[in-house]
Design a protein around this ligand. Structure first.
Ligand SMILES: [Zn+2]
Length: 409
C-alpha cells in the first residue's frame, strides 16, 4: 500500500541528534577476503523520499595501490558488465587487515530497490540505473554484527536535503539449503524477483521469499500504541492461516530498536510518512532469500471510525504490508475479496479485519500462492482466483468485475 501523504522526517532527527561523529573508527576489512564475494545491502532515510532501499548487490574488491575498487558482480553469470561501484581509499594497513574510508568511497546511491521485478515500472531487460550523489558526507558509526560490517553515514543530496544511509557488508555465503522458487511469468500470481540469471541454458528469475526453516519473526516497535498492538499482531499472524502452520511469529521490539534494524524485522510506528503504510525488503540478489524486512505504519491508518474499526483497519493494513514483506506483489484483479494484497473500500477492509480477528481462514489467493511458492504445494489453476498487478496494462485497484452478461459476450 502506498497512499501518498505529506512527509516530515521525524526519524532522521532522532539519528542525527544522537550520534557522536568524533568516535567513528575506520572500517577494517580482512585482506585475505578481498577477492571473495560480498553481499552489499543499502537502505536510506531521506527528508522527502522517506525510507527506501537500494537494490542489494554481490560485490568484490580489487586493490589498486592506495585504493580498493568495489565491483558489482551481481550479473556475473550473464553479460560481463562488472563495474566499479565505489573507489575506497585505504587509510592504514596491517599484515591481516586494511583500514578503509567507506565514507569517502560511498558517494552514490542507486534508486532501484529489492522490491522489484524485471517488468517493474515497465522495465524489461534493462536495469534502472538512476542514482543520486551524496554530498557533505560524514560517518555516523561503524559496527560489526557477527560477520557483517554495518556502516551508517549522513549526507546531503544535490538539493540540500538531509539523508542517512545504512550499509550492510558481509561475506557472501548464500544459504546452501535455501530452495529458490523460479518465477516463470506473472500471469497467475506475482512475487518480487531477483536479477535474471543464466542457468542451464536459460534465463531464470527467482521469487523473493524468506527461508522458513526457522520462524519469520516480526518485532512490533515500542512506539506502537497499546490500543493497537494486539490488532497489529493479528495482522502479522494472518499469514499463519495462509501457510497452514506457524511460519510467522511476533515479538515486542526492545525499547530503542527501530526500523531499519539489522537484527529485527521491525514494524515501525512513525508519526508521519510519505505513505500511510509501506513495506521494504532486502534480499539475496541471486537466490531471492529475503534477509531483512522493514514495515512502516503511520497514524493515518487509524483516523476513521471508533477504536474497534481502527483496529480492524490496522489488521488489514499490517496483513497487506507483511504480505509485501513475504515477497508478494499486489493483486488488483477485479472480483470478490480473494487477497489482502488488493486495495479495498472501507466496508470491505473492516470485514477483512474482523475475519482476521476471528481467525477466519486466509483469503483464497493468499493461501494458494504462499503454499505453492514457500511450501512447494501444487497450485490448482482452475480454482486460483484471478491475478493482475502493478504495471500490467489496465490493472488498477478498485475496478469493478465485469458483469456476467459482458463476460458471456
Ligand atoms: Zn501494497
Amino acid at each position: 500500500m502506498r497512499l501518498l501523504h505529506l512527509f516530515t522526517a521525524g526519524l532522521l532527527v532522532v539519528i542525527l541528534s544522537s550520534t557522536n561523529q568524533a568516535a567513528v573508527r575506520p572500517a577494517a576489512l580482512n585482506r585475505n577476503e578481498l577477492g571473495q564475494s560480498f553481499l552489499l545491502q543499502i537502505s536510506y532515510e531521506h527528508t522527502t523520499i522517506g525510507f527506501n532501499t537500494s537494490r542489494s548487490r554481490v560485490v568484490t574488491f580489487h586493490r589498486d595501490g592506495a585504493v580498493l575498487h568495489m565491483l558489482d558482480v551481481s550479473d556475473a553469470d550473464g553479460h560481463d558488465d562488472s563495474r566499479v561501484l565505489a573507489t575506497i581509499p585505504i587509510r592504514d594497513e596491517t599484515g591481516s587487515t586494511l583500514d578503509v574510508d567507506l565514507n569517502e568511497g560511498f558517494d552514490t546511491v542507486f534508486r532501484e530497490e529489492d522490491r522489484t521485478g524485471e517488468d517493474y515500472y515497465g522495465r524489461i531487460d534493462t536495469h534502472d540505473g538512476r542514482a543520486f550523489r551524496l554530498f557533505q558526507r560524514k560517518p555516523l558509526s561503524v559496527s560489526y554484527h557477527e560477520a557483517t560490517l554495518v556502516f551508517d553515514q549522513e549526507a546531503r543530496t544535490s538539493d540540500g536535503d538531509s539523508i542517512v544511509v545504512h550499509y550492510y557488508l558481509s561475506p557472501y555465503h548464500p544459504r546452501r539449503d535455501f530452495r529458490p522458487f523460479e518465477m516463470k511469468n506473472l500471469q497467475r500470481f506475482g512475487f518480487y524477483e531477483t536479477y535474471p540469471q543464466w542457468r542451464s541454458g536459460a534465463w531464470v528469475l527467482y521469487a523473493m521469499k524468506f527461508d522458513i526453516d526457522k520462524p519469520i519473526v516480526f518485532a512490533l516497535s515500542s512506539d506502537v500504541p497499546d490500543r493497537y498492538r494486539s490488532a497489529m499482531r493479528e495482522g502479522v499472524l494472518y499469514w499463519n492461516q495462509a501457510f497452514g502452520r506457524p511460519a510467522l511469529q511476533v515479538v515486542d521490539a526492545p525499547r530503542g530498536v527501530r526500523a531499519p534494524s539489522f537484527d529485527y524485522n521491525v514494524i515501525q510506528w512513525v508519526s508521519s510518512g510519505a505513505f500511510a503504510s509501506t513495506s521494504y525488503i532486502q534480499s539475496d540478489p541471486l537466490t531471492g532469500q529475503i534477509l531483512h524486512a522493514h514495515i512502516f505504519v503511520t497514524p493515518e491508518t487509524t483516523v476513521d471510525g471508533d477504536l474497534e474499526q481502527q483496529q480492524d483497519h490496522l489488521r488489514y493494513v499490517v496483513a497487506h504490508e507483511v504480505g509485501h514483506a513475504l515477497g508478494l506483489r499486489h493483486n488488483f484483479a477485479p472480483g470478490g475479496a480473494t487477497s489482502v494484497m488488493d486495495y479495498f473500500r472501507s466496508a470491505q477492509i473492516l470485514q477483512i479485519g474482523k475475519g482476521i480477528h476471528a481467525d477466519a481462514p486466509a483469503l483464497a489467493y493468499d493461501t494458494a500462492v504462499v503454499q505453492h511458492v514457500y511450501l512447494d504445494a501444487p497450485i490448482d489453476l482452475n480454482t486460483l482466483p484471478p491475478f493482475c498487478t502493478d504495471s500490467q496494462p489496465g490493472c488498477l485497484p478498485f475496478r469493478s468485475a465485469p458483469r456476467e452478461s459482458n463476460a458471456v459476450r
